[in-house]
Design a protein. Structure first.
Lengths: 406, 140
């Protein structure tokens, strides 16, 4: 372990307003990134000019070296972009920042995600236009992603719901998971969003009947099994324990973090459906789960609440199983028992409303909520919360972080 | 002219040095998987080298063109004009391989009747004289 005085802590969380897809027209995506970073610095009680590192993931368009200049950082000492795909990267980007801070490469790193899809393109749906030629034929792939997608796009696997519906269909086949059990995830999350004024779905209650009545997108996923698409930005600031103790808010330590996937996982099922049932219907998250428990010395029973990436309701179940909150295949009954619902569940999950009901920020907002829970600032506060597991997406090479109150 | 199920506007594959032989085989009406010429390990999609022995001497071998539905989804969205609605995207586990799977479609059956474990066989949809796409039907 590195110098305890340099141990990585999250000291600031910030976001812009969240709006539905295309709903922000009075600021650029780059401007939103700057707002979120500034808000996180203000939350920490840090001068934004004192930040000295930037990190992001999922090919964020808002290049860190430019954002650092835009905001007037005095120096840039760390610029890190994660190769973890899409929603797999938020915790990994924060983990990389933690390593950099602990190693002394930088002292205060901001990790952010800005998404203004109405001004650019819908993440994950550009796929439908890739490779369209005047006449069907072979074309030169412009990059490795496009080359891999040659084995999915010509067959109409155009969007993430299609790929992950196939994963859940297999999970249902193996373990008897039901649509109602996935609905239990979505309903609990929506209830939390209805307590959180930041949430895009605040003021829009949803029952299990509403869930069951929503239109089918890609079986077994109904509309309300799928996350939102939003405009906004979100940021967290990582610094050393020594510095954190001089700042405004209660200190939240990153007790453990991990990133990765089994070796043969590749990009995950969005591009490649090979591998064992354990791999395919397990979401590839066993590696990060093993690492986080080993590094933290904790067990699932030590965790007070969780913010588990919910691109799709069902994928939350895979992550719960991978981390051992329930047995393999028992994610559905676990959710159906009410375990994920605040305040009475054993593991209140996505207490901000998650990607299903707060905002789709590729999971950066899960980190913000994890920090707020440990500061006692959540709108669905878990009483006395001392530990919170935050994860990025199952179904791609992913990442996670175990946060603890200092 | 073979039967058509999907429109011309479906995305065309972007190919690389590694994947071109797979698509060229399909153009000839053969469904293949990559095989290492040094150690015999098979994989899909095709890669530059063998993950088992490290050899870059990799080639293709014909499959039987039959398999079973490993998993699938019935898609209820219409992305491109002329697409069937709903349509089935499936992962097909290929017979005679060590569990290798390809993403494709299952047609020639009501989408509501597709099941995991359903035996299927390949057919080749001629999208143009330059592109053929392998899709599957229930095995006769």
């Amino acid at each position: 372990m590195s110098d305890p005085a340099r141990q990585a802590c999250i000291v600031g969380v910030g976001e812009t307003r969240y709006a539905k897809w295309g709903g922000i027209t009075d600021a650029s995506e780059r401007g939103l990134a700057c707002q979120a970073v500034a808000n996180a610095a203000a939350d920490a009680g840090l001068d934004v000019h004192d930040l000295d590192g930037v990190g992001s993931f999922a090919d964020d368009r808002n290049l860190g070296v430019l954002i650092a200049r835009d905001l007037g950082f005095r120096e840039l000492r760390y610029a890190g972009m994660s190769w973890l795909p899409g929603g797999g990267g938020a915790c990994g980007a924060v983990g990389a920042a933690a390593l950099a801070v602990e190693a002394g490469q930088a002292d205060a790193i901001v990790v952010y995600r800005s998404l203004c899809q109405g001004q650019h393109y819908r993440f994950g749906s550009a796929a439908a236009s890739v490779g369209q030629l005047p006449k069907p034929g072979l074309t030169q792939a412009s990059n490795l992603l496009e080359a891999e997608m040659a084995f999915s796009l010509p067959f109409g696997m155009f969007s993430a719901p299609i790929a992950y519906a196939m994963v859940m269909q297999r999970h249902m086949h193996l373990f008897g998971t039901t649509s109602e059990q996935m609905g239990a995830v979505a309903v609990a999350t929506r209830a939390h969003a209805n307590r959180n004024p930041r949430a895009v779905m605040h003021g829009r209650p949803m029952t299990l009947e509403d869930h069951q009545g929503s239109r089918m997108v890609a079986e077994p996923f109904r509309l309300f099994d799928c996350c939102l698409e939003n405009d906004g930005a979100c940021a967290v600031i990582v610094t050393t324990a020594e510095r954190a103790r001089d700042l405004a808010k209660p200190v939240v330590r990153i007790a453990a973090h991990a990133q990765g996937a089994p070796g043969e996982y590749g990009w995950g099922p969005f591009l490649d459906t090979n591998g064992s049932d354990d791999l395919y219907a397990g979401g590839g998250a066993n590696v990060i789960a093993r690492e986080i428990w080993a590094k933290s010395g904790m067990v699932p029973g030590d965790v007070d609440c969780a913010q588990i990436y919910d691109h799709f309701s069902g994928l939350v179940l895979l992550m719960l199983e991978a981390f051992g909150f329930c047995e393999k295949g028992e994610g559905g009954p676990f959710a159906e028992s009410g375990a994920l619902a605040w305040p009475n569940g054993s593991l209140p999950n996505n207490t901000h409303g998650g990607s299903l009901s707060e905002a789709y920020m590729h999971g950066m907002n899960n980190l913000n909520e994890g920090v707020r829970q440990l500061r006692g600032e959540s709108t669905s506060q878990v009483e006395g919360a001392e530990t919170c597991l935050v994860t990025s997406a199952a179904g791609v090479p992913t990442s996670g972080a175990l946060l603890v109150r200092d | 002219m073979s039967e058509r199920h999907f429109p011309d506007l479906m995305p065309s594959p972007g190919v690389t040095r590694e994947s071109l032989p797979w698509w060229e085989a399909v153009l000839q009406g053969r469904l293949v998987v990559q095989k290492c010429n040094a150690c015999g390990a098979e994989r899909h999609p095709p890669c530059p080298c063998c993950a088992r022995c490290g050899s870059h001497d990799v080639g293709m071998r014909d499959t039987e063109g039959t398999g079973v539905v490993y998993t699938f989804t019935v898609v209820h969205q219409k992305f491109i004009p002329g697409m069937p609605e709903p349509y089935v995207v499936a992962s097909i586990e290929l017979d005679g391989t060590d569990g290798l799977r390809v993403v494709s479609n299952v047609v020639g059956v009501e989408p509501s009747e597709v099941r995991i474990g359903m035996p299927v066989e390949v057919f080749f949809e001629h999208m143009s004289d330059e592109l053929v796409v392998p899709r599957f039907k229930p095995r006769r």
